[in-house]
Design a binder for this molecule. Structure first.
Ligand code: ASP
Ligand code: MG
Length: 422
């Protein structure tokens, strides 16, 4: 017997029929002899709809009331799943965020879980009841509903798994695992049987949309075993216990599985960045700080940064990227500080994409970046900015060249599946 947390995303929960399929997957997992807690998302599209209502009601909405509204989507699906399970003859009940409770900090719309009171939950699971928990929501110290940020149900699932000491946290979604890259772009993309926490963290943060980034760092910190797998399966599908999806594992565990280790594990793309160039910034100590301090104060995340070599007149250009959604705000903030910073012009470009190659293998191997640059150069793709970490190399390119770049790199690193019919 094991204790399992199962998480189902919005596409899996969209409508009665799909909830019925989810219920039968859950029932099968319980019938295998496990204690089961289920964490659910709102139906696909529901959270967006609720966010829109908030905007319509009051463009400057109070985040605490926003949370009251948007948390409701998960309340609906958790109740519906409990009802569906009961209709199948299972014992099941819902546990809302405030009922357990799932304690969070007070930061509305981007709360962090601080603790989960799980004694009653565990007792009910031990008594054979399936616990159905709405993801995304929690309770603040001042007794108000909070939400964990978009995509936060993944984090709820991992937090619950950590709190109840689950043997595994299965994240059911509309794909059957984590791929070497987006299979819609590269038909020869391969499903990975294993990926390390670190790699998954990098992949999630640079555009692979399978998991909320925060859920991955939490899983890594709490050592939660996470599997990504498909909920769109029939009754004859390989049981989750046989690990049909992608397991996210520690570095040590991966060492033992060295067989499948590649230099590069995956290639991610992100079209949600924008580039800014500040021209003729004074080339003196402190200049760069006058640019980035106001952005940091406004919680705008700067990603890639390039400062060109100074010109004769003691001036330089500074290029950097921010999330596309923050471009207008960043530009306005910098215009405000024009005199203090002393630049000449701001040039912006939102038609850019960031392509990242990720792999723990590159820690111990040279040449990964060189391979990337050469493969792109051979196709005439111009690199506008570069950033690296220990296990990642990212380049900024023209957005129109995204698909080509991903395909070329997938081949260059030997990631293409072999026997795909051409
Ligand atoms: N329903 C929430 C959202 O769309 C949380 C989630 O599904 O993970 O962001
Ligand atoms: Mg999600």
């Amino acid at each position: 017997m094991a204790r399992i947390v199962m998480k189902f995303g919005g596409t899996s929960m969209a409508g009665t029929e799909r909830i019925r399929r989810v219920a039968s997957i859950v029932r099968r997992q319980q019938a295998a002899g496990h204690e089961v807690a289920v964490v659910v998302s709102a139906m696909a599209g529901e959270t967006d709809r609720l966010v829109n209502f908030c905007r319509e009601a009051n463009p400057l909405y109070d985040p605490a009331e926003y949370d009251v509204v948007v948390a409701s989507g998960e309340q609906v699906t958790s109740g519906l799943l409990a009802l569906t399970l009961q209709a199948m003859g299972c014992k099941a009940r819902s546990w809302l965020g405030w009922q357990m409770p799932i304690h969070t900090v007070e930061a509305h719309a981007k709360a962090r879980v601080t603790a989960i009171d799980s004694d009653a939950l565990v007792a009910s699971m031990q008594a054979g009841e399936i616990a159905v928990i709405p993801g995304f929501q929690g309770l603040s110290a001042d007794n108000r509903i909070t939400t964990l940020g978009r995509g936060g149900s993944d984090t709820s699932a991992v937090a619950v798994a950590a709190a109840i000491g689950a043997d595994r946290c299965d994240i059911y979604t509309d794909v059957d695992g984590v791929y070497t890259t987006d299979p819609r772009i590269v038909s020869r993309a391969r499903k990975l049987n294993h990926v390390t926490y670190e790699e998954m963290l990098e992949l999630a943060s640079v555009g692979a949309k399978v998991l909320q980034t925060r859920s991955v760092s939490l899983a890594m910190k709490e050592n939660v075993r996470v599997q990504v797998l498909s909920s769109f399966i029939g009754d004859d599908a390989v049981p989750a216990d046989e690990l049909p999806g992608t397991m996210i594992v520690s570095d040590e565990e991966m060492e033992g599985l060295d067989m499948e280790r590649q230099l590069v594990t995956g290639i991610a793309l992100d079209k949600n960045e924008a580039k800014l160039i500040l021209t003729r910034v004074p080339d003196r100590p402190g200049a760069v700080s006058t640019i980035f301090a106001p952005l940091a104060d406004a919680s705008i995340n700067v990603d890639m940064i390039i400062q060109n070599v100074g010109r004769d007149k003691g001036e330089t250009d500074v290029t950097f990227t921010v999330p596309l959604a923050d471009l207008a705000r960043a530009q306005a903030l910098l215009e405000d500080k024009r005199d203090e910073i002393g630049f000449n012009r701001i040039i912006t470009d939102s038609d850019v994409a960031k392509i990242s190659v990720v792999g723990v293998g590159m820690k111990s191997h040279a040449g990964v970046a060189a391979t990337m640059f050469k493969a792109l150069a051979d196709r005439g793709i111009n690199i506008q900015a570069i950033s690296t970490s220990e296990i990642k190399v990212s380049v900024l390119i023209e957005e129109a060249e995204t698909e080509l770049a991903v395909r070329v790199l997938h081949t260059a690193y030997g990631l293409d599946a072999e026997d795909e019919a051409a």
